[in-house]
Design a binder for this molecule. Structure first.
Ligand code: SF4
Length: 301
């Protein structure tokens, strides 16, 4: 929980509790779970009690009261990512905890709230009655995480339907970690924002640049805001200056060959790229030599 966040697409994070259950291949290397395992307090998995975090309601009030100062300094409202250490729509959390989140959010109408979930099927039944019946707050957007085509095809239509039914002001995808090519072209025009990012850490899985390009091009055609967060642990050959790769080779950095088409039975394995284990900092966030980090209009002004 932080008044200032290192996550590029937000300004602050607020967490009302700690703990979750893995529900997707995107959870395999969940940083919050890794941290939880390190602490040894055991708030992860089915049946594990989640741990409330003190001071979250007070932090939301503080972000609200300091909103005018933030806006005059930055020329835009503050973006706040709710629940970076859990999922607001986790079935194992008592409704009374969730109600505290929604009431706190409702009162903080000078900030722009970014709700992110991997449990889109729970959203409508779990939000406040007023949100469900035409009163969804204008300062709250909803995002889902999808990491493969199966999740995209299953969950994006639900998200778009929810936006229309509940009048959600903006919706988006977090494709992080991107684990395979995902064709989002038929939904891109109905989405306001798409974030793409590679995975970090010891067990990170590499992301092929062709997969990123496919999403970026779909966003360009549809006029959807596209945000490339980072490459993560693995840097594709050609996506950094020559000297960077010379240094990685000199240090004998681990390499893997990654095919654009992950299907092992494909007759032709086109666009094979060498991926270097460069680490998140060296890999950076340049895509074709530039930073592509756009926000939807509701978060930009
Ligand atoms: S849903 Fe999010 S917080 Fe929960 S285990 Fe998966 S990645 Fe971690």
């Amino acid at each position: 929980m932080a008044e200032i966040s290192a996550i590029e697409w937000t300004d602050a994070t607020v967490n009302f509790w700690w703990g979750c259950t893995n529900v997707s291949p995107g959870c395999d290397n969940c940083y919050a779970e890794t941290w939880n395992a390190f602490r040894g307090t055991g708030e992860w998995g089915p049946g594990a009690a989640r741990r409330p975090i003190k001071g979250s309601a007070a932090l939301l009030r503080k972000l609200q009261s300091s909103a005018p100062a933030f806006e005059s300094l930055h020329g835009r409202p503050r973006r706040v990512f709710m629940q970076s250490l859990s999922d607001t729509f986790d079935n194992e959390v008592e409704d009374v905890w969730r109600m505290a989140v929604f009431s706190g959010i409702e009162a903080a109408d000078r900030i722009r709230v970014q709700l992110l979930t991997k449990r889109i099927g729970n959203v409508e039944k779990m939000v406040l009655d007023t949100w469900r019946n035409g009163g969804w707050p204008r300062h709250v957007g909803l995002m889902i995480t999808v990491v493969n085509q199966r999740e995209a095809s299953r969950d994006i239509p639900k998200l778009i339907a929810l936006k229309k039914r509940l009048g959600i002001p903006w919706i988006g995808l977090s494709i992080e970690p991107m684990l395979e090519p995902i064709d989002i072209s038929k939904w891109a025009a109905d989405l306001d924002w798409i974030i793409v990012g590679g995975e970090s850490g010891k067990n990170a899985r590499p992301m092929h640049p062709a997969w990123v390009a496919q999403v970026q091009q779909a966003c360009q055609r549809a006029g959807t805001a596209f945000f490339f967060k980072q490459w993560g642990e693995w840097l594709p050959e050609g996506e950094a200056p020559f000297e960077t790769f010379a240094e990685l080779r000199r240090k004998r950095a681990e390499r893997v060959e990654l095919h654009a088409d992950p299907n092992p039975f494909a007759s032709v394995r086109f666009d094979t790229r060498t991926m270097y284990r460069a680490g998140k900092k060296t890999s950076g966030k340049l895509l074709n030599g530039s930073v592509s980090q756009a926000f939807p209009k509701e978060l930009a002004a």
